[in-house]
Write a protein that binds this ligand. Structure first.
Ligand code: PEP
Length: 272
């Protein structure tokens, strides 16, 4: 594959304690150091790594990773304000950036499901993220029922219309998109289930997403599109081999340094 690959760990509401966070970071950093020394990764590593810890751990993780090549991201930001305000329980784009995040995940299916995140809610979040100079990993994908009823591409169009509408409101953002926006295609039925679509299905859907974005942002001819949903050390290589799949958003397998780095290595090797 031709593009810069990304492997992003979404830690969700894990791990349980700040001590567990330290242990995971120790393992990640020491294994990365060992791989470098022993040459088990390609020297010209193409794969960018990012982790998205819980908000409560974001400062500590960012501080710890500041001297590494791993970036840190928030899992979400407030829809109500980009900076401060009377929004109990929320963390703003400005606050997560101040805590050291350079990116945020937005629109994850768990947010859409449990927090009923709507088109307008996500439109605000995207706008706030870009106003604070955060990159956005924007998650889209169909449910099992929608998949069964062959509605995948319609759902993707509806979910991508948030980006389309943002660009109508703020056309100057178009020039930022290829650097500041990553799409994560995550079929809801593949998240945490061990079920995965075929590489061919993912490839076709990614091609559709890239074309759809180029359709409303004409100078963005190749947006980064990651696959997410039950990616693990064993299946990562097959996804990495497809030129339409620019990396992975990883949930469960990102909580162990070994599996997370094995997935990263699969994308490194596909790029080598
Ligand atoms: C996710 O929630 O973004 C995800 C891909 O989870 P998992 O890898 O556990 O399926």
């Amino acid at each position: 594959m031709s593009m810069q690959a990304w492997v992003i760990g979404n830690w969700k509401q894990n791990p349980a304690t700040s001590n567990d966070v330290s242990v995971l970071l120790d393992e990640l950093l020491s294994k990365m150091g060992t791989q470098k020394q022993t040459g088990t990764t390609t020297s010209n590593s193409q794969c960018k790594l990012m982790v998205a810890p819980s908000c409560i751990h974001l400062s500590a993780v960012s501080e710890r990773l500041a001297s590494s090549t791993i970036l840190s991201a928030a899992q979400d930001i407030s829809t109500y304000s980009a900076n401060v305000g009377a929004y109990t329980g929320d963390c703003s784009a400005q606050q997560v950036a101040d805590a050291g995040a350079t990116w945020t995940i937005l629109g994850h299916s768990e947010r859409r499901q449990y927090h009923k995140e709507s088109h307008d809610c996500l439109l605000n979040k995207l706008s706030h993220a870009f106003s604070e100079n955060l990159g956005v990993v924007f998650c889209i994908g169909e449910t099992q029922t929608q998949y069964n009823e062959h509605q995948t591409l319609d759902i993707i169009d509806a979910q991508l219309s948030v980006i389309k509408d943002l660009l109508v409101q703020q056309p100057h953002l178009i020039s930022l998109l290829s650097e500041k926006l990553i799409i994560a295609y995550e079929p809801v039925w593949a998240i945490g289930t061990g079920k995965v679509p075929t590489v061919e299905e993912v490839s076709k859907t990614h091609q559709y997403i890239k074309q759809a974005i180029a359709g409303f942002a004409s100078n963005v001819d190749n947006i980064t599109v990651l696959y997410g949903g039950s990616v693990n050390a064993s299946n990562a290589g097959s996804f990495a081999a497809d030129p339409m799949i620019d990396g992975a958003l990883v949930g469960g397998a990102s909580l162990k340094a070994e599996s997370f780095l094995a997935i990263a290595n699969a994308f490194d090797q596909a790029n080598a």
